[in-house]
Design a protein around this ligand. Structure first.
Ligand SMILES: *Cc1c(COP(=O)(O)O)cnc(C)c1O
Length: 365
């Protein structure tokens, strides 16, 4: 068996320890005689798995008691509809901060359900920065302010928490799509009304969507909101109104335990800072490669970069693959390359990438 360094943006690398444990437990989970995939979601074995996963997540993110954790389906893209369906309530306007491809998509979907005010956009910079909160034009009475705190395609991460109290609007709930950086850094959950993310970047397998929502935002769904997507119904039924993605929840739970063993969010954040610094410092010191994102807003998780000579792109990817470095091709909308270096990517993988980048530049520069 050999494993590669996998820089995929998602579905993405998982901790090897987690995959090994899942393999060991595949046929017989802890003496139950069953795979987790074969268990009733209402049986005591699976309920214990789901409860432990929620407890560990609450501990990792220090989620206050007045927030609910929902294990949903449909991915972050479905949440682009589910959130306005649940949160618009009697207000008709929601504010959107647009910082890249994912928030562009989110505001477009929301227009099906209500009025959208673009409070701020970094379109003029080709989505390479995050507009400061002082420049956001919030509407008079928005249902919420939507943000995507890490734009996976552009490689742009909020350098601040969108805490609206700092601009005198602490009454407006902040919604954050954290799909690609949740659990990578410390956050203050109490500053948000709702946090969500698809699991396949930093949490576990695709198929699970995590939602952390403040109590008072439940119970306002529009009458035509699908029952299975009504946050109140999902919360009241402990994410089991319909059959949840049981195996994905189990793997997410193993990832949460792995994070706790590693020392929790503070420890993984320190490692993520070191990994990002290693890669960005190399790119900045090279005249062969470039990253075009505002330095203050560079993502620690997704590092897009370009070869100054784009004619070498295919050769670069072929040689990287031969060296065991996979899935480095940039998103088709922006071209170039992208290295996603999520929690489960060890620093040795980033070092292997930097070594390859240096060697390729020396040979082809
Ligand atoms: C990957 C991603 C999505 C899309 O998630 P799906 O699971 O495909 O719905 C949305 N937002 C962000 C920030 C992402 O990184």
């Amino acid at each position: 068996m050999s494993r590669v360094w996998n820089f995929s943006a998602g579905p993405a690398v998982l901790p090897e320890e987690v995959l090994r444990q899942a393999a060991d437990e595949m046929l017989d989970w802890q003496g139950s005689g069953m795979s987790v995939m074969e268990m009733s979601h209402r049986g005591k074995e699976f309920i214990s798995i789901a409860e432990q996963a929620e407890a560990d997540l609450r501990e990792l993110l220090a989620i206050p008691a007045n927030y609910r954790v929902l294990f949903m389906q449909g991915g972050a893209i479905a949440e682009n509809a589910i959130i306005p369906l649940n949160l618009l309530g009697s207000r008709r306007v929601a504010d959107y901060v647009v910082t890249g491809a994912w928030s562009v998509k989110s505001q477009k979907e929301a227009r099906k359900y209500g009025e959208v005010n673009i409070a701020a956009t970094s379109e003029a910079s080709a989505y390479t920065t995050v507009p400061p909160m002082a420049d956001w034009n919030l509407s008079a009475d928005p249902a919420y302010v939507f943000t995507c705190t890490n734009e996976t395609i552009g490689g742009v991460e909020f350098p601040f928490e969108p805490d609206l109290a700092q601009v005198g609007r602490g009454d407006v709930p902040v919604v954050a799509d954290m799909s690609s950086h949740i659990l990578s850094r410390a956050i203050d959950v109490s500053k948000y009304g709702l946090i969500f993310g698809g699991a396949q970047k930093n949490i576990g397998p695709a198929g699970l969507t995590l939602v952390v929502v403040r109590d008072d935002l439940l119970g306002h769904a529009m009458p035509h909101c699908p029952t299975a997507f009504d946050f109140r119904i999902v919360a009241d039924n402990h994410s089991m109104y319909n059959t949840p993605p049981t195996y994905a929840i189990y793997i997410a739970g193993l990832v949460f335990q792995w994070l706790k063993r590693k020392g929790g969010i503070a420890a993984i954040e320190a490692q993520n800072v070191a990994k990002a610094k290693l890669l960005y410092d190399f790119l900045d010191g090279s005249d062969f490669y470039e990253n075009r994102v505002d330095r203050a807003c560079r993502s620690r998780m997704n590092v897009p970069f370009y070869l100054k000579d784009g004619a070498l792109d295919d050769t670069f990817l072929a040689e990287a693959k031969a060296a065991g470095l996979l899935q480095l091709k940039g998103h088709k909308s922006v071209g170039g390359m992208r290295a996603s270096i999520y929690n489960a990517m060890p620093i040795a993988g980033v070092q292997a990438l930097v070594d390859f980048l240096r060697d390729f530049a020396a040979r082809r520069g």
